[in-house]
Design a binder for this molecule. Structure first.
Ligand SMILES: NC(=O)c1ccc[n+]([C@@H]2O[C@H](COP(=O)([O-])OP(=O)(O)OC[C@H]3O[C@@H](n4cnc5c(N)ncnc54)[C@H](OP(=O)(O)O)[C@@H]3O)[C@@H](O)[C@H]2O)c1
Length: 419
């Protein structure tokens, strides 16, 4: 039995889809452990796959959802905070207690290659601690060090406003620059499935999944200019100056300015060559060349490309009254809402594909609530924002409500009335 986590997220969903569609492992040998079991789509449920509740914050649920399994596919917790390592330990401890023998863990491709074990990138620290903890656990392991997702390029290339007027010359300010081996998230998930299915071939190994080319931040901005015809002035400044510029520019909300240090440390890491290598493993597992940035240009350079809410949440760019604000999580994420919000705010509004705020830690949710109260509530009260309601159902029609939700055809919020 193989337990899969993160199946509602980007990597885990792609891995699950590949496992199921290519029948790499019999469904009877797979189990999903999910924080929010209701988010598992009907099509997945209908395969008959076992689903158990497993919340990284509640170790007892983890033991229960991993019990009887031989292998755990552990997707790292989606946050940049320190709690991540604690939650990973919860999972590793629970796996051990439940009798799991092998863990496949999603890490990041810093450190200059598979042999490296140190990084200056803040985001890598919890991963490296987790890798160490896993290696010391007594269980066997496979560590998958993933390249940075290509759809997130803009977060590392100066937070450009992708839907700025075509004639605006944009400013991109980077703190250091260096080579990165960007990869497509769906392809990373697909390759992950092949490792999961053949885990015995990867015992106690660390694999790097990299894309097919090495590009600096400046290179990617050049490609953005080439594909969109837009103009960008790029400056690579010393870290302190670049951070100060982004604080002044409002690239992130003032209270999240500390995130910029984290962001800058990623740039410092690539400037030191921590990601300046290509590895053939992804291509071998896919059986084809992984997508280049040019292959993905239409998706990743357009103003309306649907950034995953969770990526925005992780990068602290949500609901802060900044140029990169999204209210979609609360108000719905259809084109209708996105268009209305854009018209109202004259700001980029990203479509949210997979809202998951419920799974964030309490501190984050509290902060978000406070930001909502100060930023969004007044606009809801004076009706400059309207929540678009698709349909109201009585509680007895919960099945129909779910069917409408899962059909993907609704434009607004679906309300259940509990009298
Ligand atoms: N390589 C990169 O460039 C890169 C970039 C960004 C992030 N990452 C990290 O790589 C990992 C995988 O990426 P991804 O894109 O698949 O992330 P993702 O889309 O955010 O998925 C994360 C998964 O974790 C689940 N989860 C959240 N809270 C949980 C909890 N308390 N207990 C159990 N499960 C929980 C989520 O469930 P719900 O759907 O119910 O919330 C979701 O299935 C994440 O750690 C992410 O932060 C990598």
């Amino acid at each position: 039995m193989i337990v899969l986590t993160g199946s509602t997220g980007g990597i885990g969903r792609a891995a699950l889809q590949t496992l199921l569609s290519e029948k790499l492992v019999p469904v009877s040998e797979l189990r999903i452990s999910a924080y929010n079991t209701a988010a598992i789509p009907t099509a997945v449920r209908e395969t008959g796959i076992e689903i158990r509740k497993g919340n990284l914050y509640e170790p007892s649920t983890l033991v229960e959802s991993y019990s009887g399994a031989e292998v755990l596919f552990l997707v790292s917790f989606p946050s940049m905070g320190e709690e991540r390592y604690k939650l990973h330990r919860n999972a590793i401890d629970a796996a051990k207690a439940a009798g799991v023998r092998h863990i496949i863990y999603t890490s990041l491709s810093f450190c200059g290659g598979a042999e490296g074990n140190t990084s200056v990138a803040q985001v890598a620290q919890a991963h490296l601690l987790t890798e160490r903890y896993l290696k010391d656990s007594g269980m066997t392991y496979t560590i998958l060090r993933m390249a940075s997702y290509s759809h997130l390029w803009n977060n590392y290339a100066g937070f450009l406003k992708l839907d700025a007027a075509p004639d605006v010359v944009q400013e991109a300010v980077l703190p250091n620059d260096g080579l990165e081996h960007w990869a497509n998230r769906a392809e990373l998930g697909e390759a992950t499935a092949r490792v999961i299915a053949n885990w015995q071939n990867y015992i106690n190994r660390t694999l790097n999944f990299t894309g097919p080319e090495l590009l600096t931040g400046v290179d990617i901005i050049k490609k953005y200019m080439k594909h969109t015809g837009r103009k960008v002035n790029v400056r690579v400044l010393p870290v302190e100056e670049a951070i100060a510029w982004h604080v002044k520019n409002g690239s992130v909300p003032p209270e999240q300015a500390s995130f910029l240090e984290n962001w800058a440390s990623w740039h410092t890491a690539i400037s030191l060559g921590e990601k300046a290598f290509l590895d053939p493993t992804l291509e071998q597992l896919l059986g084809r060349k992984p997508k280049t940035i040019d292959d993905q240009a239409a998706d990743i350079f357009s103003a309306s490309h649907g950034l995953d809410t969770k990526d925005l949440v992780e990068l602290g760019l949500i609901l802060g009254g900044t140029p990169q604000t999204t209210f979609c999580d609360l108000l719905g994420s259809s084109e209708h809402i996105v268009g209305a919000l854009h018209e109202y705010s004259q700001r980029p509004v990203f479509r949210s594909r997979n809202p998951s705020l419920r799974s964030r830690d309490e501190l984050y949710q509290r902060k978000l609530r406070d930001m909502l109260v100060s930023n969004a509530l007044p606009k809801l009260c004076d009706k400059t924002f309207k929540v678009f309601v698709e349909r109201v159902f009585p509680f007895e029609q919960i099945v129909q409500a779910h069917q409408l939700l899962e059909s993907g055809s609704s434009k607004g919020k679906i309300i259940m009335k509990i009298e």
